[in-house]
Design a protein around this ligand. Sequence first.
Ligand code: NAD
Ligand code: ZN
Length: 247
Amino acid sequence: MLEKLVKTISPYHRCVVLTGAGISAESGVPTFRGKEGLWGKFKPEELATMSAFMANPEVVWEWYNWRRELMENVEPNPGHWAISEMEKWFDEFTLITQNVDGLHRLARTRHIIELHGNIYRNKCADCNQSFEIKDDIDPNNIPRCDKCEGKIRPDVVWFGEMLDSRIIDEAFYQSEHADVFFSVGTSAVVHPAASLPLVAKNHGAVVVEVNIEETPITYLADFHIPSKSGEFLPELIKELKKIDSEG
Ligand code: NAD
Ligand code: ZN
């Protein structure tokens, strides 16, 4: 399988990788879905929505403080590092991530589109102004926006919220122009991210899915690799680099 994959993708120049929570699972960040996902314990509708924040901002902040703490103690895993190597290997490369954990940045991938924001940033719930607040937010004393007095919330995209149109347009543009499209560690059910592999496929890309489980996009993938991303991607980049050295 690996040999055939390398042979298929190595002549191409433009690579797009879409990642989801699965890429960070081996770093110890829980996924939302799958057997050990976060949502087993908490319902997303109860926490990651604007209506939840309006009804119970302190509960939502407690949950985000806990998630930030979890993420602060983790590091990129071999899957993140391999993606940075892929960025160097291909002539053109874009990483589109649904993750908010910042691990791709830590692993020094350069061209990153963060679809769902970043858990370390905050913004005003009313006027959207960004706030860099490094410390934990006290759930019982949520800071207010200095412009409009709105409550400060995490700068992530919640369920039911629109994505920034410039960001999503760029993600679609890159997917349409990909020769090779990897979907890594995403359950491919949250749209519009889940449409990107389909868009790439319709525009002629070779689609490769790396996921320990099958997903709604498995049927359209040219290759489905049922492995952990932190195990498979380093193998893949090793093989690609061999081609370079063989000239
Ligand atoms: P998801 O939780 O819905 O799906 C995770 C997928 O990863 C599953 O399909 C699972 O089979 C697969 N997976 C688990 N471990 C894997 C591994 N080691 N290698 C390869 N695949 C593996 O996540 P999603 O598709 O990203 O979508 C849910 C939403 O969750 C996104 O909006 C994202 O913002 C948010 N989220 C982000 C983080 C994070 O930043 N790390 C964590 C949890 C959720
Ligand atoms: Zn404001």
